[in-house]
Design a protein around this ligand. Structure first.
Ligand SMILES: Cc1cc2nc3c(=O)[nH]c(=O)nc-3n(C[C@H](O)[C@H](O)[C@H](O)COP(=O)(O)OP(=O)(O)OC[C@H]3O[C@@H](n4cnc5c(N)ncnc54)[C@H](O)[C@@H]3O)c2cc1C
Ligand code: FES
Length: 363
């Protein structure tokens, strides 16, 4: 018993001391103005010390991917810190492999500015912009997913690649929060972006987006994301989605058939029940125009007696296993909940897809 008390008291003391350190750093330490040198003098920013590198960059209109809004839980905000970033924190290590740590890769939301820094940011990241946009229409796709189309204001254009995403600024009692949403409209649409948003009860971003109506204005930044479609027409494209992971698939498939009408492509989409099915008719119409496009939807819940369903059943990785032959040159893009991604990745690797040809967004 005495040991338990000792652990509780010692733990409490440590927590108290840590909180005291954080508070005293926040209120008492003044780091003054620090210089952030980007790409060896390409840009030099003067920013207030004490804030995170991510906040300082956003303050200067440099937008780093930050799907979790700086909470340290997505690992998207990686940039290279060449000097001045201090030691890698325990909050960063789950997202960094040894090679990245050796190369100076850090999570911008975890690096606090205490002195001058030298950092490196890719040109692509530097070209991410802020847009003002207006809701053009909203469509209810299922009981919890809405399609929302935003038109860019003032005739501005967004140039995106299939598979990329934008970050929407949503209000919250503690100030704006940022949430990532994949672009569902094809790359040839440049005057706006369409999103498919699933409502998470109590979720800040999705609740805000679901309440928007025609004419409402939003701020967004983008485009973000590394995915690049393989330009070699002989390479088959495989898209596997589940839940609200439809958006990037829709973008990839419509962009693909606009450019290469003969290209071979598979869409596998996993739903729980018929209530979760959307865009099936649209994809079937596209498949009727492009014979090399194959659409497979599967329901994971048992089909009820009153449901009309002549598609596949079971988890979507089983359909992937059933339909895809082995050893064909393919590039795969997966999007959905982590267990789905892991199961599908295993199947694709059994089909001899190389890990570097499998891309995913887990959400
Ligand atoms: C690259 C990328 C692309 C994405 N694309 C899409 C897309 O196309 N469509 C889509 O719908 N989503 C997409 N997402 C997910 C999206 O970014 C958001 O994470 C999602 O909408 C939830 O955000 P939210 O603000 O609504 O919920 P949050 O406010 O982040 O909350 C998430 C959940 O946690 C619960 N919660 C929040 N705070 C607490 C608390 N203090 N205690 C307990 N529970 C809490 C909420 O009730 C909610 O259920 C994508 C994510 C990434 C990384
Ligand atoms: S913004 Fe998500 S980990 Fe840094």
């Amino acid at each position: 018993m005495i040991y338990i008390w000792a652990v509780v008291v010692f733990g409490g003391l440590l927590t108290g001391m840590a909180a005291l350190l954080v508070l005293s750093e926040h209120y008492l330490v003044n780091y003054g103005v620090c210089r952030v040198d980007i790409n060896a003098g390409e840009r030099v920013l003067e920013v207030d010390g004490g804030q995170t590198l991510l906040s300082a960059l956003i303050g200067k209109e440099i937008f780093i991917p930050s799907a979790c809004g700086g909470r340290g839980s997505c690992g998207y905000c990686k940039i290279t810190v060449l000097s001045g970033g201090g030691v890698v924190l325990p909050t960063e290590t789950p997202f960094l492999i040894r090679r990245e740590i050796r190369a100076g890769i850090r999570l911008a939301c975890q690096v606090k500015i205490r002195n001058d820094l030298q950092i490196r940011i890719s040109e692509e990241m530097l070209s991410v912009r802020r847009f003002m946009a207006t809701v053009r229409h909203t469509v209810t796709l299922t009981y919890d997913i809405k399609e929302i189309l935003f038109g860019m204001n003032d005739g501005e254009e967004i140039v995106q690649r299939p598979g990329q995403y934008v970050q929407i600024e949503a209000p919250s009692p503690d100030g704006p929060v940022f949430r990532a949403y994949s672009i569902s409209s094809p790359a040839y649409v440049r005057d706006g972006v369409e999103l498919n948003v699933r409502l998470l009860p109590g979720g800040l971003g999705s609740t805000y987006l679901h309440k928007l109506t025609e004419g409402d204005k939003v701020q967004l930044t983008g485009p973000y994301g590394e995915f690049r479609l393989n330009e070699d027409q002989a390479v088959e494209i495989v898209c596997v989605g589940g839940g609200c992971g439809m958006a990037p698939m829709k973008n990839i498939i419509y962009s693909l058939y606009d450019r290469w009408p003969e290209r071979k492509c598979w869409l596998f989409f996993g739903c729980r029940s018929t209530a979760d099915v959307f865009y099936l008719k649209e994809f079937q119409e596209l498949a009727a125009k492009h014979p090399n496009f194959h659409v497979v939807y599967a329901l994971s819940d048992p089909v009820k007696a009153d449901e009309q369903w002549d598609g596949e059943t079971g988890f979507i990785h089983l359909s992937v296993d059933k339909y895809l032959e082995s050893s064909i040159r393919r590039q795969a893009f997966l999007c959905g909940p982590p267990p789905m991604i892991e199961a599908v990745t295993r199947v694709l690797q059994e089909k001899k897809l190389r890990p570097e040809d499998i891309f995913y967004d887990k959400f």
